[in-house]
Design a protein around this ligand. Sequence first.
Ligand code: ADP
Ligand code: GLC
Length: 479
Amino acid sequence: MKKILFASSEAVPFIKTGGLADVVGSLPKYFDRKKYDVRVILPKYLCMDKKWQKRLKKVADFKVQLGWRNQYAGILQTKADGIWYYFIDNEFYFAGDHPYGEIYQDVEKFAFFSKAVLEALDKINFIPDVLHCNDWQTGMIPVFLDQVYRKKAEYQKIHTVFSIHNIRFQGRWILHEVQDITGLPNELFTMHGIESYGESNYLKGGILFSDAVTTVSKTYAQEIMTPEGGSGLDGVLKSCSHKLHGILNGLDYEVYNPKKDSDIAAKFHVKNVAVQKPKNKAKLQEMMKLPIQPDVFLIGIVSRMTDQKGFDLVAYILDELLEKENIQIAALGTGEERYENMFRHFEAKYPQKLSAVIGYSESAAHQIYAGADAFLMPSLFEPCGLSQLISLRYGTVPIVRETGGLKDTVEPYNQYTQEGTGFSFSNYNAHEMAGIIRYAKEIYDTQKAQWHDLIVRGMKKDFSWENSVKDYERLYDSF
Ligand code: ADP
Ligand code: GLC
């Protein structure tokens, strides 16, 4: 039995800010359980779901040396869906009402977490064959392992995988402060180590010091090796291309299942979507206080509101679209204030056409996925993207920009061959986006049968973990 330990800063059902939580909360369940014992280790945030906090049992505690600091770490555990989860407890670092804070706090917080994970392994009696780290918050795990913990005999055989879910976030901070926090030697803080553009960089550490690097789609794996897509680390990634793999994310088909989803007004499957979707649409219109009209083209948006998600294009074109077109937009999201205000502005200006809920709600998200006709995701960049996969599964036609995982998962509609599962445009250009939205609307308005077939083709696509998990198994077996 191979032992695998996932280290992450978030995972469903405990704590989630984005797709990383969906991935770490679902992928471990889909490994062949006869061959792989997969467990997960997370920080125990005070803002974590209270229901779960009550179920945690303490198993150990110890001190973590962080430079001159000597910090308490407790370990708690629980089992969910057959998977063991461990939590690192320290209320100095993990209090607060959000998992992430200011970067200067987060670099210390996640240096602590990374070291505590390594300290924890023998205390929980689970020395993994593969330690699978995710994003910059865990980038220092392979570094500390190499620099400090290889001395322990039982740690010598551990292999590390580092997964990049978003290269934009790198954990960059002042060199000498990170040196002080980590207590790591001077040589490490150079261009051959974790220095990058005059700062220390946790993501670079994860890339350089791990045995394999993965990212969440094949196209994104290529993009991050280019100056346009590499956020300054393209050179580093190119030099590591021999160990870089693009493995597409899957979706938890248990959680995102329109047949069983208790968050939606009318459950459905591919055979009755035509009858059930209108019920979900009406419910969505009611929920969003939009006029309940069955025939108006209703576009859904569920997203972190950041520039990554293409909201500059949306801001640029909304006046024109909402003024001229008979459409409705139902948006749910939270993030940068400028985008939240942009939606508030258009909602006030076009109350019959646009409704925005600024906030985070799983159940509202599910109703949007189920009730909208189309789902807009014009990302500037998108490592994988789960929202378009959820849309496909819920019979909601994605309209996306051809970047990263969006390009790999949405096949553009072809009216001549009647192929494709969605609509896409290539350049980051607001008019190109508006053009494709209008085209989608035209098909919706005038070609009902074709639109229905488009929905059905999308629903029949398989983006479960079944395929991708095999790639991870092969990778683990290659060590
Ligand atoms: P990212 O991880 O970059 O935010 P993904 O598409 O991979 O993008 O994953 C986003 C996940 O977060 C999806 O499950 C999406 O439904 C969910 N999500 C994003 N914003 C919200 C919100 N405001 N309320 C509920 N769910 C949200
Ligand atoms: C990141 C990316 C998103 C990806 C998710 C899970 O948040 O922005 O594209 O789907 O991680 O890998």
